[in-house]
Design a protein around this ligand. Sequence first.
Ligand code: ADP
Length: 381
Amino acid sequence: MSTPTQQQVMDALATVNDPEIKRPITELGMVDSVEVAEDGSVAVHVLLTVSGCPLKDTINRDVTAAVTSVAGVTSVDLTLGVMTPEQRASLKEVLNGGKAQREIPFAQPGSLTKVYAIASGKGGVGKSSVTVNLALALAAQGLKVGVVDADIYGHSVPAMLGIADARPTQVDDLIMPVPTPSGVSVISIGMLKPRRDQVVAWRGPMLDRALVQMLADVYWGDLDALLLDLPPGTGDIAISLGQHLPSAEVVVVTTPQEAAAEVAERAGTMASMMHQRVIGVVENMSFLTLPDGSTMEVFGSGGGDRVAETLSQRFGYDVPVLGRIPLDPSLREGGDAGKPIVESDPTAPAAVVLRSVADRLAGRGRGLAGMQLGLTPTAKF
Ligand code: ADP
């Protein structure tokens, strides 16, 4: 077999994406040198963005696999180094596209990223569960999805996505979102704290800074959708988001309960006051299916409809109920295990509803366009 060329090895390396930045390592200046010997052995030196990069094992594995796949390669000797400050500065320039820093990319006029803020009136209604499942369902459609966990009280999103203890890599003042095994990129307000067990006792200006940091100082790349898990209620984060991202569309999560519906309406009204559009209501914990097949309305009924009707009347446009998610122990188990139900138990009724809500967000399932009508041709013409 003939000796592989350096170009063939470089072409193979161009198929390896940095797991955090999600762009080819060749574009990012991470491939420092490639040497191909006559016997087909290849020596590659790859530069990590920072020392102790948490994903160096992934890079190691992907680079080795890519180079090994080139015809004629007999062995791969991969060594890892770390970028110098100058190399990091030019990487940052590549990532920023030469633009000034600290602008929120999603707030720019040409932004193609759909931003969804998931809001609720009170805690414990399943807002974070809805956020992570919608994110995974959208990613499963092939969309590039980011999640900002802005819930100062809970910040449970990383644990629900299986990255509880992850800390983001920082390239100088640029923060890399943490990739999940399902390919969703995540930043949580909990990751900005020095210690995980620390309480976030921040008020307006600090929270505003944290939100801007998560939107502007994080390298999100080209996202199709960004989901924000908001804290429950109508507090400072909701106001800041309205100021910085009025184009965000809001999904209100409620339970069927009267009291939950009332506070959910307030959260929706708040969004509208900030000139954001409320695109729908998700009713969670709608019913429980008992072993005999009957259903039990554990938290009463009507909350979702009530919020949808009230907000539709108040705003003068249609705010639909996007879905009713049943109570399901496997939804909770999936969240606790870091593998949300749309992945861990995709045929469960709750997962089916969550996927259909994601379809509606992605613009599918509306009207008849693109829907399977279930017609079978019976004859050939
Ligand atoms: P929030 O973000 O509104 O505070 P979470 O998503 O953290 O709410 O949900 C609170 C708890 O309820 C979690 O343990 C979650 O797993 C559980 N849970 C949420 N929705 C359901 C459901 N439909 N069925 C069973 N458990 C649920």
